[in-house]
Design a protein around this ligand. Structure first.
Ligand SMILES: *[C@@H]1O[C@H](CO)[C@@H](O)[C@H](O)[C@H]1NC(C)=O
Ligand SMILES: *[C@@H]1O[C@H](CO)[C@@H](O)[C@H](O)[C@H]1NC(C)=O
Ligand SMILES: *[C@@H]1O[C@H](CO)[C@@H](O)[C@H](O)[C@H]1NC(C)=O
Ligand SMILES: *[C@@H]1O[C@H](CO)[C@@H](O)[C@H](O)[C@H]1NC(C)=O
Ligand SMILES: [Cu+2]
Length: 396
């Protein structure tokens, strides 16, 4: 129990309450995922003291890492996603011609809210509700009763192209994209420091296994790149058939989504408030300062580790791996929240992307919806994953 990291030593004497005292981890445990697992167990134990409403220990769903599902469970999950992609759209005919399926409708629901659910106070809770909406849709329309799996990025720091998630077997999410050599790095030069991400191991279309035949139609929405919310570009709504592309990328995990990165995001003494936790998870340079070295953060790192369309802020849910990477972010949020739940059930920020145009500060009395799938709910009803309505799950 000795040999704590410098930053842990630095905050232990500040008189923190018991949950964080468990943060007395060896650096090796932080780096290899043992610390995160321990924090996860503490979070579950704490969550189990908070059951409300219709949620109870018999009903609670356990969201597990994809590779801890049996191959048969993985295949059933993949089949359910393919089923959702084959169910006809529920949107009024003609409204979004690109939307052919219920799966597409869900992508549209995200795209149409892009400017209100990213770099806003609702970011974490919207995506939590969105994941639940997906899990519910898989059950309601395709009879799948499982708990949404997540992708632990830390397990694939050696390269997601080596991961069972992307091995192209029928128990995977399909392969990497076809390798395209000699590509330049991607240059990001938007809100924080400029940086580059080297190309990954794919770049072209997913070529083997599940989703290799997925036809992508919605988008692109070029005006969203500048932060302009509405209306969505008409050109992206009409339907532009193309393949699902990927560019699996270990650099993004090494830099921003390793066990060390996610564990320190949870434990760092400066991240005890939602303002700083969120700003470091996403990241938000208004809070961090423009010269922060954080750059992409675990959220961006998780998207970038998949690459291709999963990097697109509006239509990233097009890639079925999106839901697993966002479940991992929700898991990190869940683990952080339940280290000190009473002080970690609020929100910080406004209603618009980077507060453009200026909007009100959001409180937990404000609501979000994911119509036509999930009704309007107050944020205060979304902060607790075992609150009964609409949530009843923990992560393992
Ligand atoms: C997209 O969002 C806008 C703004 O919230 C809303 O007015 C519009 O009805 C939405 N479009 C669809 C098709 O849901
Ligand atoms: C980033 O953009 C700014 C202004 O838009 C420019 O001055 C700077 O050179 C760019 N940095 C890189 C590394 O491209
Ligand atoms: C993320 O963790 C890796 C080690 O796994 C480290 O090299 C890197 O600096 C960390 N990134 C940040 C932004 O702290
Ligand atoms: C929103 O909150 C910030 C501080 O968190 C404060 O500076 C600002 O004045 C608030 N804006 C409104 C419109 O209340
Ligand atoms: Cu999103």
């Amino acid at each position: 129990m000795k040999l704590t990291t410098t930053f842990l030593l630095a905050f232990l004497p500040t008189g923190l309450s018991t949950p964080l005292a468990a943060a007395n981890f060896l650096q090796s445990a932080i780096d290899n995922g043992l610390a995160l697992k321990t924090l996860n167990s503490l979070a579950v134990a704490k969550a189990f003291t908070k059951f409300k409403g219709q949620c109870n220990p018999l009903k609670v769903k356990y969201r597990r890492e994809f590779r801890s599902l049996s191959k048969s469970e993985r295949r059933k999950f993949v089949k359910a996603v393919q089923c959702l992609q084959s169910k006809p759209s529920l949107l009024p005919p003609g409204l979004v011609p690109a939307s052919h399926s219920i799966y597409d409708d869900l992508i549209f629901a995200h795209a149409n809210r892009t400017g209100f659910v990213h770099q806003t106070a609702t970011f974490l809770l919207f995506h939590r509700y969105y994941l639940q909406t997906y899990e519910d849709a898989l059950e309601k329309y395709c009879g799948w009763k499982g708990a949404l799996p997540y992708w632990e990025w830390g397990l694939d720091i050696a390269g997601p192209h080596l991961s069972p998630l992307f091995d192209g077997s029928d128990a995977s999410l399909g392969s990497d994209g076809t390798y395209i050599p000699n590509r330049p790095p991607l240059v990001f030069n938007l809100t924080g420091p400029a940086f580059e991400v080297p190309p990954g191991t794919g770049g072209g279309c997913v070529h083997t296994g599940p989703f290799s035949d997925q036809v992508v139609r919605l988008g692109p929405f070029p005006s969203l790149a500048t932060g302009l919310n509405f209306p969505l570009d008409e050109s992206g709504l009409v339907g532009n058939p193309r393949c699902l592309d990927r560019d699996l990328n270990s650099y993004s995990i090494e830099k921003w989504a390793s066990f060390k990165n996610t564990t320190e995001l949870i434990l760092h003494p400066a991240h005890r408030t939602i303002k700083y936790f969120q700003a470091n998870a996403d990241p938000d340079f208004r809070v961090l300062g423009a010269d922060s070295p954080l750059v992409m953060g675990p959220h961006g790192g998780g998207h970038s580790a998949i690459g291709g369309i999963a990097r697109d802020p509006a239509i990233s849910p097009t890639d079925p791996a999106f839901w697993l990477t966002h479940a991992q972010l929700d898991r990190i949020y869940f683990i952080w929240q339940y280290q000190d739940f009473e002080n970690r059930n609020d929100v910080y920020g406004t209603n618009t992307w980077f507060n453009i145009p200026p909007s009100n500060n959001v409180t937990v009395e404000d609501s979000i919806d994911i119509e036509p799938f999930s009704p309007s709910r107050k944020l205060k009803d979304l902060v607790n994953t075992i609150s009964g309505a609409p949530f009843c799950y923990v992560y393992l």
